[in-house]
Design a protein around this ligand. Sequence first.
Ligand code: NAP
Length: 247
Amino acid sequence: MSQKIALVTGANRGIGFETARQLGKQGIKVLIGARSEKKGKEAEATLKAEGLDVEYINIDVDNTETHAAAAKEIEDKYGKLDILINNAGIFLAEEFDADGGMVPASKTSQETFRKTFDTNFFNTIDVTQNLLPLVKRSDAGRIVFLSSGLGSLGLHSDPSSPIYNYKVPAYNISKTALNGYVVHLAHELRDTNIKVNTAHPGSVVTDMNANGDIPVEEGAKTSVDLATLPADGYSGKFIHLGQELPW
Ligand SMILES: NC(=O)c1ccc[n+]([C@@H]2O[C@H](COP(=O)([O-])OP(=O)(O)OC[C@H]3O[C@@H](n4cnc5c(N)ncnc54)[C@H](OP(=O)(O)O)[C@@H]3O)[C@@H](O)[C@H]2O)c1
């Protein structure tokens, strides 16, 4: 099969939806991963009406049974996966107190840490481990993780950085951990044709970030770039719009 097959998790809205649209416009078949069948099918219908080759697939990042089922469905239908974009993620309201202030590291609850890490880290890894055998069957596999500049320890340690005072511990550290996984997976796959990278999309206006400063059209660009890197492209990098970010 020559047509490229991509899967984007959390593709029913926000950056994931726009990423699916931009990949679809490049002639790639995009599987719209969503945990809600209703929302996934609505997204599918919207993009199909734009003439794009897309299809809803059930993936609830927090339900590992759906990971194995999705892998089986993709294997049966396509026999491979060229692009995996781990886009789904959460940022819990519990990171803020009743006055809207950020709950500091010393007060962030175990529950907030665990819930955030389950989705953004542990279960995202499980999605990846289930789908990796299919990515290995591609001639040019690309795996992208949606991290955040807020996961950068380098920026968090630099008082002159714009995010220095934006300390929401569970979300930020879940993305730091995810970046660590990317470095390790890229190293494991260094002698294959698979490229594994982690993206900071920018501060993007979505349901997650009402105060963002760029639209989703621009926010999806880094994911799309990393998903379509050429054969001599890099792997194991933390990227925003082609620029490397500090870990
Ligand atoms: N927006 C920003 O400024 C920004 C900045 C840096 C990084 N990011 C990262 O970019 C990614 C996309 O963010 P966004 O701004 O587009 O967020 P969003 O608008 O809140 O959308 C999040 C998407 O993830 C899905 N999702 C959440 N939990 C899921 C689960 N357990 N299983 C399957 N899907 C799940 C949501 O599905 P439902 O509709 O079912 O909830 C939704 O489709 C996230 O990883 C985020 O951390 C965003």
